[in-house]
Design a protein around this ligand. Structure first.
Ligand code: BT5
Length: 254
């Protein structure tokens, strides 16, 4: 790690010029008993991925890193940390952009600037025999200097430089992010999901608006009315309230 990038003691950084995926590397280290706080940061990824094995486009100049956590929590609750991570990122992104930028959180795992995706988050957990978390890897990609063109992504992308934060680098953003993340992680450990959910809803994109959620198979439409106690999306369809566990949210088409 650069001496120029001091991080709180919690973090145990490992910097690589290039790797397949920082999350795959963090999972490999987790299996070798690496400690909580291990942080794998790469300048470039050759096999960066998102949910469902989708590609995360990862040229050099942007930020790619993964944090290994070992919270003493049921694995079912661990996904709540997606929201803690998104709030921390949104706080940091908002702090470096012009005050006129609208920084929002899109369910479940994106940070948007004026409706465009600047960052993606991927949580991958491993449970022990009791259903508790053995390891949890939080993978984060932030577009700093460049972003993919519209024809290559399913949701319009942007970068910090494109949005007016031309002075930021991968290192400077990582340095800003780590202490903020740690504060939210501590809040979650001490107080549970409620404060995280409230903060996330305060930045939620499309809350109380009609949306279309594309599922594994097919899609559903409704009004996005909130999050349940584990972070699932609550979708109101007339008198019926549906709980959506996974999907991709788009503005309603009708
Ligand atoms: C995500 O997945 O948004 C989570 C991405 C997590 C990436 C980090 S980088 C460090 C760590 N190591 C990894 O291997 N992964 C993590 P999802 O919601 O499934 O969105 C993926 C979709 O976003 C793709 O199918 C593209 O449409 C789009 N996409 C790909 N690269 C992008 C980029 N650089 N910027 C914006 N959108 C992108």
């Amino acid at each position: 790690m650069d001496a120029a990038v001091p991080l709180p003691h919690f973090f145990r950084p490992i910097r690589l010029p290039r790797v397949g995926s920082t999350s795959d590397e963090a999972k490999r280290l987790a299996a070798l008993a690496a400690e909580e706080g291990t942080l794998v940061w790469a300048d470039e990824q050759t096999e960066g991925h998102g949910r469902l094995g989708r590609t995360w486009i990862s040229p050099s100049g942007n930020l790619y890193f993964s944090i290994l956590l070992r919270p003493a929590a049921p694995v079912a609750n661990a996904m709540q940390l997606t929201f803690a991570t998104a709030i921390a990122l949104a706080d940091v992104v908002a702090a470096v952009l012009p005050a006129t930028s609208r920084v929002g959180c899109k369910w479940p795992n994106d940070v948007l600037v004026d409706g465009k995706k600047v960052s993606g988050i991927l949580l991958e957990s491993q449970a022990n025999a009791d259903g508790l978390v053995d390891s949890l890897v939080v993978g984060i990609g932030v577009n700093i200097v460049s972003h993919p063109p519209p024809e290559t992504v399913m949701y319009e992308a942007t970068s910090l430089h494109a949005e007016g934060a031309g002075g930021e680098t991968a290192a400077s953003l990582l340095q800003r992010f780590c202490p903020v993340f740690l504060t939210w992680y501590e809040t979650w450990r001490r107080q549970g999901f409620d404060p995280i959910r409230a903060a996330w809803l305060g930045r939620a994109e499309k809350l109380h608006q009609p949306v279309e959620v594309r599922l594994d198979v097919g899609s559903v439409a409704g009004v996005f009315v909130g999050l349940d106690t584990n972070g699932a999306m609550l979708l109101q369809q007339g008198d019926r309230r549906r709980v959506i566990l996974a999907g991709d949210v788009f503005p309603a088409t009708t």
